[in-house]
Design a binder for this molecule. Structure first.
Ligand SMILES: [Fe+2]
Length: 220
């Protein structure tokens, strides 16, 4: 998938139109083309269409019926969040897989990983453990408020910490691996051999730049 210099797509590319692009050929690696094509077709692609449908319905939702137990507006907003996050997280996931062997993290990335986790190997152990207990997603993220790395996991598309930018994303829903890997453990091990650290490191640079901008003293 084409990736901008930042490691994230630019503002135009973040729009729905870019999410509709076909899954790129270059990410087919230890993960078979069939597995990834099927994964893409059944989840992000379907959710892209649903986002359009939900947004059309939201325009017509009766705000006079707003209710915390049930109302169409509430239900639509819940599903809108789920679908948007599904598309974004899948996009980051497909982008941070490399065709060949895993690339190396940048020196900045490596330094930060060692400061927070002790070593890359220690980080990997913790990330792997989270991947074995999460029901949906595992990620390494950068908290824009705290300026630090953490591993996160979620059981649904809608969970997460709002000040965190995803740097490395792994889909651990069963649909991501059950047709091609004998176990989740095998799948996660294979994923860790194909991490595109170049993309992850670029995302870190973007996050660090955003962190600095966010905390510029007032008046400057
Ligand atoms: Fe998925």
């Amino acid at each position: 998938m084409p990736v901008s210099n930042s490691g994230y797509n630019n503002s135009n590319d973040r729009g729905l139109s870019n999410m509709e692009k076909e899954i790129p050929q270059e990410i087919h690696c230890g993960f078979s083309k069939e597995l990834l094509d099927e994964h893409y077709a059944h989840y992000p692609a379907v959710h892209q269409n649903k986002i359009k449908e939900i947004e059309a319905r939201l325009l017509k939702a009766d705000t006079a019926m707003a209710n915390t137990t049930y109302c169409p507006l509430r239900s639509l907003k819940i599903e809108h969040t789920q679908a948007l996050n599904s598309v974004k997280l899948h996009k980051y996931f497909f982008e941070n897989i490399t065709q060949g062997a895993a690339t190396q993290p940048s020196l900045e990335m490596l330094g930060l990983m060692e400061r927070i986790f002790g070593s890359l190997q220690e980080w990997e152990k913790k990330f792997f453990a989270l991947a074995m207990c999460a029901r949906g997603w595992v990620m390494l993220g950068f908290d824009l408020e705290e300026g630090r790395l953490r591993n996160y996991f979620s059981d649904s598309h809608a969970e997460g910490v709002w000040s965190v930018l995803p740097l490395l994303v792994l889909d651990v829903y069963e649909h991501a691996y059950y047709t091609a890997f004998p176990s989740r453990s095998d799948y996660v091990k294979e994923f860790l051999k194909h991490v595109n650290w170049a993309v992850v490191s670029k995302r870190l640079n973007t996050a660090i730049n955003m962190y600095k901008v966010k905390f510029c003293p007032q008046g400057e």
